[in-house]
Design a protein around this ligand. Structure first.
Ligand code: ZN
Length: 256
């Protein structure tokens, strides 16, 4: 082989190796950029949803307790079977409660909303549909709240002032979007959307949780995703037992 032929081969090899190295560096840079982008997106989503919820829950504009007594609150209704039974029970013991209603259910059963209102209970907003703020953009949050509030106002003639976000999920923009409302969460939930969680134990759990300052979260509708349809039947049975023993010694109040 001639000397210039050898040189050509060496040059060619070096060129190929250099090219491969460039490709490798290019791939590496791209992988890093994708990873960085994914981290930014994940960080952004977490800040928008989970982290905002954790921070706001500790702030004064979110109510998590009740000074004057024990507040019984019922979410996700009204329901055509369970809500009338619950209203009967509350009437029997002369207890005022707070209902965070789903707008489309309120629209479907306006007479139940009228009855709640006439019997002195407080009615608050729980979105028009049972949607999580973690999955909604700010304009969608506004729409969910506004639509639900409008339904309540059309039925009762009174604008609601309390708001409980479904599942207690807030997002970064919720405080700014709910300036006309008080956000209400709870001191205690009882997982009463699942029959297995309450079938034999809810009454005891209610007794143990009873102290001034408590906001109890219960559900008069089992049609929400993740709930057992008949769960409110068990909730009502236990609530009745609890009220029979404790209604005369505990001060129950509606949130205002
Ligand atoms: Zn709910």
């Amino acid at each position: 082989m001639r000397c210039d032929e050898q040189k050509h081969l060496v040059d060619d090899g070096t060129h190929k190796a250099g090219h491969l190295l460039e490709i490798e560096i290019g791939r590496d840079t791209m992988k890093k950029a994708i990873l960085k982008g994914a981290l930014y997106v994940t960080g952004g989503l977490l800040s928008y949803s989970v982290i905002s919820t954790a921070i706001y829950k500790k702030m004064a504009f979110v109510q998590t307790d009740c000074d004057e007594g024990v507040a019984l609150t019922f979410d996700d209704g009204p329901h055509p079977i369970y809500t009338p039974q619950l209203l009967d029970l509350l009437k029997e013991f002369d207890i005022k409660a707070t209902f965070f209603v789903v707008g489309k259910n309120a629209q479907a059963y306006p007479t139940l909303i009228q009855r709640m209102y006439k019997e002195g209970h407080t009615i608050g907003v729980h979105h028009y549909q049972h949607t999580s703020n973690w999955l909604l953009l700010p304009f969608q949050v506004k729409k969910e709240i506004e639509q639900c509030a409008r339904v309540i106002e059309q039925i009762t003639g009174e604008r609601p002032t309390l708001y409980r976000p479904p599942w207690g999920h807030l997002n970064a923009f919720v405080p700014a979007l709910t300036k006309n409302y008080r956000i209400v969460l709870w001191t205690k939930h009882f997982s009463d959307w699942r029959i297995a969680h309450i079938e034999h134990s809810l009454e005891d759990k209610l007794v143990k949780a009873t102290k001034v300052g408590g906001i109890f979260l219960l559900h008069d509708n089992g049609q929400t995703i993740g709930a057992d349809e008949e769960a409110p039947k068990y909730m009502l049975r236990h609530l009745e037992g609890y009220l029979r023993k404790h209604a005369s010694t505990t001060k129950f109040v509606a949130l205002r």
